[in-house]
Design a protein around this ligand. Structure first.
Ligand code: NAD
Length: 307
């Protein structure tokens, strides 16, 4: 399959290497000059589970350089960057192209429907992870999975087969929105609270009131979800959080929002807690905790940018 990965950062590069290794024709699309230059000069370096680095040669082009048609475009920008990426790659999207969004957060499908027909949209949620340690180098660990659904009812089986040829453990789900909201619930707790408390996941788990704060966020999210026809399973999210927070599972991992703040980048807060607050306001649902968390993270973004 001819596949483009739009957003060839940490996770996009990991998936790109796996798909290319399985024999697919993969093109990375990215706009970060230092990253593109490093891959062009030295290849993409992947350090998996702290083993010996492996180097892969893949074409990585800017949206302005890329031409041709692709069977599948996997969208892996940060969520606030999705709209711009879709605008930038419009010339390579044909009516036969399927687009699979795997970025975290809520609202991606709404953004995609501004650019392509519903029939072309595949939405997914992934448990694969990756860290970009410097331009041209990613560190990966463990394995993951992907759940996806064709939002307009198109046949997504060939995409699932292609992903599985690459060992990506993909499966179709009849209700991807529930899975997306579930993951957004986990992220809406761990990401901003790690930033605001300056704690990694293991440290956050030692806070006596960690679960009380999680419930403050999730109960508002549940009401907002219900207004959108989404059943949010708060106790299921709390059960997952309790597992993640156990010291033997959490380790010293810092959520991605913590890393974004450290790197002076804009976070995905408006597509997590900020999304709940925004929809809550539209629907007349009070979301004081999520509104405050969103404001605090935006303040932190501003402060870190100035520092
Ligand atoms: P990242 O910042 O490493 O990668 C995004 C890439 O997109 C960057 O290299 C950036 O240069 C590029 N980009 C964005 N907009 C662009 C544009 N208009 N033109 C050209 N290039 C553009 O992010 P990531 O960590 O790979 O995460 C991507 C998404 O996947 C996020 O939504 C994240 O929450 C989600 N996610 C990440 C992980 C992980 O472990 N990294 C795990 C699960 C989900």
């Amino acid at each position: 399959m001819k596949i483009a990965i739009a957003g060839f950062g940490a996770l996009g590069a990991r998936l790109g290497v796996m798909l290319q290794t399985a024999g697919h024709e993969v093109t990375g699309i990215d706009g970060w000059p230092a990253h593109i230059a490093a891959i062009k000069t030295n290849g993409l370096t992947v350090v998996h589970d702290q083993e010996t680095p492996k180097v892969y040669q893949l074409p990585v082009l800017t949206p302005q350089e890329v031409t041709g048609a692709f069977d599948l475009i996997i969208l892996l920008t940060k969520t606030p960057q999705l709209d711009r990426m879709l605008t930038d790659i419009a010339p390579i999207i044909t009516d036969k192209t399927q687009l699979l969004v795997l970025s975290n957060g809520l609202g991606n499908i709404e953004v995609m429907t501004k650019h392509v027909a519903k029939q072309q949209i595949l939405a997914g949620v992934t448990l694969w992870t990756s860290t970009l340690v410097k331009p041209g180098e990613i560190h990966t660990t463990g394995s993951g999975s992907i759940k996806l659904q064709a939002i307009g009812g198109a046949d997504a089986q060939p995409v699932v087969a292609a992903l599985n040829e690459a060992g990506l453990n993909a499966e179709l789900t009849p209700d991807v929105l529930t899975a997306i909201w579930h993951k957004a619930g986990i992220n809406a707790v761990l990401n901003p609270l790690s930033v605001l408390l300056d704690a990694n996941i293991a440290e956050f788990g030692t806070a006596g009131n960690a679960m009380d704060m999680a419930l403050n966020i999730l109960e508002e999210m549940q009401q907002v979800g219900a207004s959108q026809g989404i059943k949010v399973d708060v106790s299921g999210i709390i059960a997952d959080l309790s597992r993640l927070l156990k010291p033997e599972n959490a380790g010293n991992h810092y959520p991605s929002m913590y890393q974004d703040i450290q790197n002076g980048k804009r976070t995905e807060i408006d597509f997590l807690n900020g999304y709940f607050a925004r929809i809550g306001q539209q629907e007349g649902i009070a979301t004081p905790f999520n509104a405050l968390v969103t404001r605090l993270i935006h303040a932190k973004e501003d402060i870190e940018r100035v520092k």
